[in-house]
Design a binder for this molecule. Structure first.
Ligand SMILES: Nc1nc2c(ncn2[C@@H]2O[C@H](COP(=O)(O)OP(=O)(O)OP(=O)(O)O)[C@@H](O)[C@H]2O)c(=O)[nH]1
Length: 194
């Protein structure tokens, strides 16, 4: 089975104040933790970003095995769904292992737990952590590509809303540390420097 890693890196880090993919934990930029977690399971990785950040990623990531692309122009700036769609359109695979770039405590273990549930019965395998759905760190089946496209065409950009009526396997995960999400400077002080 072909597994494609997708790193969502097209956000503008407005709340953080500077590109958070390049903020560091223990001397390594945040995005490297997503690469590390996905590399263990995926034959190929794509980082989907925006034209403002692409050059910075091109210079920082030298591994040939990691593709760096912009969101499809027709859906640019429409959020994470646009990144997932771009990966599905340009990098054919059966399942897409998705990660954001602002979860520097992420581990390959999370995908290992989700992978156990991969089955053609489902469209998406999504973690639930402390009763909260985590759709940015989940596994998506390629058959969703058309539905994602239609949703984006209608400007329905919410990932949570997109998942309504999809065949979802919810995977309850105890360890919430993996999902710590750095959105602003206060999060950074609390979780990274604290
Ligand atoms: N490819 C792609 N990724 C996106 C897009 N919008 C957000 N993301 C990514 O999705 C993840 C979650 O997004 P947010 O937490 O809202 O990050 P953000 O948009 O940079 O942050 P704010 O500007 O503060 O809302 C991050 O990894 C972002 O880089 C987009 O339009 N395209």
């Amino acid at each position: 089975m072909l597994y494609q890693g997708v790193i969502l890196a097209g956000g503008h880090s407005k709340r953080f104040g500077s590109p958070k993919a390049f903020a560091e934990k223990d001397g390594f930029p945040f995005y490297t933790y997503s690469i590390k977690a996905l590399e263990k399971h995926c034959q190929s990785l794509v980082l989907v970003t925006n034209p403002h950040l692409k050059k910075q990623f091109d210079q920082a990531i030298t591994k040939q095995s990691i593709n760096i692309v912009n969101d499809e122009p027709e859906f640019r700036g429409q959020g994470p769904l646009s990144g997932i769609y771009t990966a599905m359109k340009n990098f054919p695979a059966e399942w897409y292992f998705v990660s954001p770039i602002d979860v520097p405590f992420i581990s390959a273990k999370v995908y290992e737990l989700l992978l156990d549930h991969v089955s053609n019965k489902y469209d998406v395998i999504v973690p639930i952590v402390k009763e909260k759905l985590q759709p940015l760190l989940a596994i998506y089946h390629h058959s969703l590509q058309g539905a994602i496209k239609r949703s984006l065409q209608m400007q329905q950009n919410s990932l949570q809303e997109f998942l309504v009526n999809k065949k979802i396997k919810y995977v309850f995960i105890e360890c919430d540390q993996f999902f710590i999400n750095i959105n602003n400077q206060e999060d950074y002080r609390t979780y990274i420097q604290g």
